[in-house]
Structure formats: C-alpha cells, structure tokens
Design a protein around this ligand. Sequence first.
Ligand SMILES: NC(=O)N[C@@H](CC(=O)O)C(=O)O
Ligand SMILES: [Zn+2]
Length: 436
Amino acid sequence: MLWLKDVWVVDPSQKLASAQSVLVKEGKILAISSSLTDEEVQFKVQGEAIETIDGQGKLLFPGLIDVHTHLREPGQEDKEDILSGSRAAVRGGFTTILAMANTQPVIDKRALAEFVRLQGERAGYAHVLPIGTVTKGMQGEELVEMADMKEGGVVAFSDDGKNIQNAEVMRLALEYVKLTGLPIISHCEDNYLAGDGLMRRGRASGRMGLKGIPASAESVIVARDLILTEETGGKLHLAHISTAESVELIRRAKARGVNVTAEVNPHHLIFCDEDIHLTDTALKVNPPLASQEDRAALIEGLQDGTIDMIATDHAPHTQAEKARPFAEAPFGIASLETALSAVYQYLVLTGKLSWERVIEAWSYSPAERFGLKGGTLKPGTPADMVLFDPGYKEVIEPSNLVSKARNTPFLGKTLQGFPVMVWVEGRLVQRNRMLL
Ligand SMILES: NC(=O)N[C@@H](CC(=O)O)C(=O)O
Ligand SMILES: [Zn+2]
C-alpha cells in the first residue's frame, strides 16, 4: 500500500489540478481525495503496511503515453534497443510507448509484432506496444494482414519514416483498417516535393545555402489523407505535424467531422529553422524545423485542440552517423529523456502552454485515441504515474543518459523539472532519477 500525501495532482481525465492524497493498492489507484485523514486511511488499509510519500512541492500525473518512438529493435540495436529505449522512457516520464515499425526487418507480420511486445514485457519498464506497417516490406504497395496483426498486439498501422506515395494504396488502407477499428498513422511527405532537401525551405535555408524542403511537401499529403479519410470513413492519425498550413487543413477537416487526430513533436514547438547550424546535426530532423510563424501556429493548434497530442518521435542514431557532414547525417532527434523537461521549461514555465493541456495531450488523448489503458488516475485504473519535481535540475550528458543515443540538442545543457519517481502498474521503476 502506497500513500502519496499532499501532492499537486494534474489529471485532466478527472478535471483535477489541485492538492490531493492518493492511495495505491495492488497496482491500482484505490482512492484519490483532497481530505483523507489518517483514520480514514487506516480504515481503508485494514492493518496493511503503508509506505508514505510526502508529495509537497511536487506534481503527480498519469504516466505519459508516447505514440511515436523509434526503438530500432530488431535490426539496428547499435542505435537503440527495446530495453534501452524503454528504460529511457521511464526516466523521461513515459509509462507506455508505441514502437514504430520501421525496424529491420520492418514489423509487417504478426510474429514480428509479437516479438516487439514480448521484448517490451521482458524488459519490464514502460509498456511497449507495437505499431505494424501499413504495407508489406514498407514498400507502399501491398497491404499487410491487418486483422492478424491486431491479434498479435499492434495498436496502429504506419509506414512512418516513409510516406505512402500511391493514393490508391492509402485509400485502400483507410478502407480496410475500419475492420480493425485501429488508426492509420500517416508520415505526410511528398517524395518529389521533398526531393533531397536537408532543411525547411525558407529564409534560413537560403542564407545557409542548404537545399530546402518546401512546406507543401507536408501539406499536400495532409490534404490528400484528409480527403481520403472523409471519403472512406477510416481513422487517421497524422504524425509530426510541422507547418501552419497543415494545422489549418486539420482545423477545417475537424470542423467537417473528419475522423482525424494529429500530433506535434516537442522540437517543433521549441526550435525553428533559424536554430540550425551546419556544424551541428542534432537539429537535422524530418519533418524539418519550420519557421517561427509555423511554430506559433503549432502552439496555437495544440492549445485549441486542433492538434490532439504531443509525441516525441524519439529517433535514436549512432554518434558516428550523426558526426557525418550535415548533408549525409541521418534525420532524427533522440528525445525520450529530455522531452518532458524541455516542454516544461520552454513552454509551461514561459506561459505558452498550461500543465493541464500538456498532460492531457501526452496521456489522456493518446489513451483515448488508441484505445489504451492509462492516461488517467481514476480509482480502479492501473497506477501508471509520475511524480515530477519542478525544481530538479540535471545536466544532459552521456554519463546520465540511459538511451544508447546521444543525438539530442540539449547535450551539455542543464534542464529543469524532471520525473523523480515513476510507477508502472504500481511498481516503482525509477526513484531519484535512478532506474530500479
Ligand atoms: N523523424 C526522423 O527524422 N526520423 C525518423 C523517421 C520518422 O519519424 O519519420 C527515424 O526513423 O529516424
Ligand atoms: Zn515520420
């Protein structure tokens, strides 16, 4: 039995943002109340031993659910694997992560999905839920056996990392996915418009002389997928939305009742193309960082609910790969361990986003959309929870990262505000920043 006393609970699923006492028993939330007395607790536990934690000055919220993480297993374990990635997750405040399917081989069969799920269970940190590809071999041509893969545990389908260029294949995918009730996650990028661009086309790319990717490379596919979703009645989730134009398209589609949700990555909320330097590949990411105006539109879209979720797009790469010249280094930012702190520091502390909205967009909304457990601290639900210390400071350096990857723009910097205790189904997996 665990008793968290006088902690500031942020739980948008219950419209809570206030001081509470929380009782946890046998892996589940037993009670949550602003007025639990010692006598009442004694009565509830009936002689059982109680571990009491003083939560004063800290926040408690449902464990975050990240719908976009690249764990690289099977096949590229030098970048990350399911154990290292799920350890990084609980250090960063995530109790559930969805593993992207662009591994080697790609997750296009039931047995491969089962492998990812079992490796996650074996690791025993965050819940690891597999995403299956939409097409066989992620070749964008032939659909996978969706119903069979759902049996194997996939919670969504995505060819993320690549866009499905053939609109008829995308239309069929949205049609067939209805039989499973699961969403298709779209990586919106027109290959011809994107070409071999390296960053967003605009003032900054012009100044640096780097080949640009126009904003339209994203938005023409956003528009296409919204039209196909409306036509088929399928279920669509848009990954890493990065431009003002995409936000406006989604806003209009939602007003018409299209079954769509969208996510934004912390790096698109915090950085913009002006922050990129040729000598540092840490901010080379796909979709590329956009303009300041785009960033403002993304924050506004997240605030008003046009964008439903925050997701990391944790994309680990080796140091050797990221040490290559800007033009040759792979796209991607590793962010599981820094994302929440960065969002807290750059967006919550500066008044751009409220804690309530951040937690809703990173726990409750993903749980609702993907039909997952968690995202709430309602009595009776699994105790996936995070105790967050807003004053805790940490230098981001290799010696304290548990991810295998170092490709973060925060390396060498100090961030403030970190999870100091994390529970998965009532089991403490991280205490004082150390994994258990
Ligand atoms: N975001 C990235 O820059 N890279 C991702 C792919 C993706 O999410 O599209 C990766 O797998 O490395
Ligand atoms: Zn992608």
